[in-house]
Design a protein around this ligand. Sequence first.
Ligand code: C2E
Ligand code: MG
Ligand code: MG
Ligand code: MG
Length: 284
Amino acid sequence: AARQDGNGVARHFEHDMQTSSSKRHVLELMLRRAIDEEALSLNFQPQINLKTGNILLAEALLRWKHPDRGNISPADFIPIAESTGLILPIGEWVIRQACRQAVRILTRYGDCPRIAVNVSPVQFRRQDVLGIVRRELEAARLDPRFLEVEITEGVLLNDTEQSIATLQGLREIGVEIAIDDFGTGYSSLSYLTRFKVDRIKIDRSLVVAMMGSTHGTAIVSAILALAHALDVHVTAEGVETEEQANILKELGCDEIQGFWFSRPLTPQAFEHILAPWDSNGPNH
Ligand code: C2E
Ligand code: MG
Ligand code: MG
Ligand code: MG
């Protein structure tokens, strides 16, 4: 009986593996088609300064609308795009679209919040990210100060030499660098002494932990103190309530991003909230 059970478990496991690998395969084929058919788009989520209320930045977030299956989350398709290499053309496309959107807003309103793009560790490993960013900035005729690149800690910890050279190059031309999902990864912060970043984005999980827990608050304060001592700006991610926003303001956090102020917006809706006749317009 034991043996039968064992086989059953093994077969069940194999079945699951097949399902998940064939699911991945289907998703990969769908994603290839999405790229060809231009079914990907970018949404923009504002980051507001807590002192002034101005929209200083906006994060570009990929959206994929499948004709039958509806919206497919980047949390589901980015890992597949990374493991298949599809992230390379997608990543280039994201940078191009972000630059174009910034130029469209600048042309219309004379100013634009800085646009932050997520760049995958796979892009850093396999692409000339600096070359691509320079090329797209030039093609769009966009001033580099309107662009920020979001990376995860892993980029600074692995393949260090080459990644740091790339990041250095980006900063030299005036593109800002942010560390995304801060507080979810490595406990060693020593990389912050090796490379100067412009911004840290405190992960949503720490914002949640901050509520009603003195330990959680202590961690957020400690990150703010560390960042500010290093002259690094801080955005708190995933701010969903006014209470969270108020606490973060008291703690001295610089910017917040989250559903409380705004969900990620279509390019049209994003332009609309930036309109000069709207009180939320960029006044920096
Ligand atoms: P991320 O870079 O940390 O982006 C923030 C995520 O938090 C976004 O999820 C955003 O919609 C979500 N979010 C914002 N405010 C709130 C809030 O108040 N509450 C909650 N619960 N969530 C909030 P999204 O758009 O689903 O993206 C998920 C992840 O996919 C991103 O996390 C990023 O790692 C990746 N991603 C998205 N777009 C791109 C891209 O263009 N390139 C790459 N390489 N990765 C991307
Ligand atoms: Mg991000
Ligand atoms: Mg993030
Ligand atoms: Mg996050």
